[in-house]
Design a protein around this ligand. Structure first.
Ligand code: PRP
Ligand code: URA
Length: 209
C-alpha cells in the first residue's frame, strides 16, 4: 500500500514484544512506549527537508545541512497517544503539541470527541498524529478529519500496533497521509480489541483499569 510503512527494525520488534507481555508493569510499559516512539519517529522523519546553512567549526567555515524552517506539530490522540509525545519531542524538541480527545463508545466502538486543540498555522506544519493502537480505525480517521478541517495538509500517523481492519479504513479514508505501523497484528476480537495486541494501551500507560 502506498504511503503505508511497516517498521521492521529489530529494536522496535523487541520492544513491542516486551509491551505485549501482560506482566510488564506500568513504569516499564510507559518507558517502552516512549522508546518505540523515538525509534519510529527516527524513521518517519526521514523525509524532512534539509537546507544548507553556514557554520563555523573551530577549524573553518562550512556549508552543512539542517532541518529546513518547516514547522512541526505532534498531536496525540488522548489518552494513550500522550505516551508517545515525549519520544517524538526528544527528536524534534521545538515541535508544537496539539491534543485530540477521543474515546471509543463501549457498545458501538465509534469514537466520541471530548477535546480538541491544535497549534496555530496548522496548515503550514508537518503534523504527526500519535496513538499506540489502530484498531477499527475510527479514532484515527476522526482525528485526521478534524486536523484536515482545521487546514492540516501534511499529516503522518504513527501507531505501535495496527489491526488490518483499522489500517485499511484509515488508508481508504485518507490515502494522502503517511501511516507508520510498528507491527500489523492478526485482527480484532468481538470487542474490537486487537489480537494478540497488548490490551488497553491507555490503561497500561496510566495504570488505570
Ligand atoms: C484506544 C486507543 C485508540 C483507540 C483505537 O483509545 O488509544 O485511540 O482506542 O481504537 P479504534 O481504532 O477502534 O478507534 P480509547 O478509546 O480506549 O481511549 P483511551 O486512550 O482514553 O484509553
Ligand atoms: N484500544 C486499545 O487500547 N487496545 C486495543 O486492542 C484496541 C483499542
Amino acid at each position: 500500500m502506498e504511503n503505508v510503512f511497516m517498521m521492521d527494525h529489530p529494536l522496535i520488534q523487541h520492544k513491542i514484544s516486551m509491551l505485549r507481555d501482560y506482566q510488564t508493569g506500568t513504569n516499564e510499559f510507559r518507558k517502552l512506549v516512549e522508546e518505540i516512539a523515538v525509534l519510529m519517529g527516527y524513521e518517519a522523519f526521514r523525509d524532512l527537508p534539509l537546507r544548507e546553512v553556514e557554520v563555523r567549526t573551530p577549524i573553518e567555515s562550512c556549508r552543512t545541512p539542517m532541518i529546513s524552517g518547516k514547522k512541526l506539530a505532534v498531536v496525540p490522540i488522548l489518552r494513550a497517544g500522550l505516551g508517545m509525545v515525549s519520544g517524538i519531542l526528544t527528536l524534534v524538541p521545538s515541535a508544537k503539541v496539539g491534543h485530540i480527545g477521543l474515546y471509543r463508545d463501549p457498545v458501538t466502538h465509534e469514537p466520541k470527541e471530548y477535546y480538541c486543540k491544535l497549534p496555530e498555522f496548522i496548515e503550514q506544519r508537518v503534523v504527526t498524529v500519535v496513538d499506540p493502537m489502530l484498531a477499527t480505525g475510527g479514532s484515527a480517521e476522526a482525528a485526521v478529519n478534524f486536523i484536515k478541517e482545521k487546514g492540516g495538509k501534511q499529516i503522518k500517523f504513527l501507531c505501535i500496533i495496527a489491526a488490518p481492519e483499522g489500517l485499511e479504513r484509515l488508508h481508504r479514508a485518507h490515502p494522502d497521509i503517511q501511516i507508520y505501523c510498528g507491527h500489523l497484528d492478526r485482527g480484532l476480537d468481538e470487542n474490537a480489541y486487537i489480537c494478540p495486541g497488548l490490551g488497553d494501551a491507555g490503561d497500561r500507560i496510566f495504570g488505570t483499569k
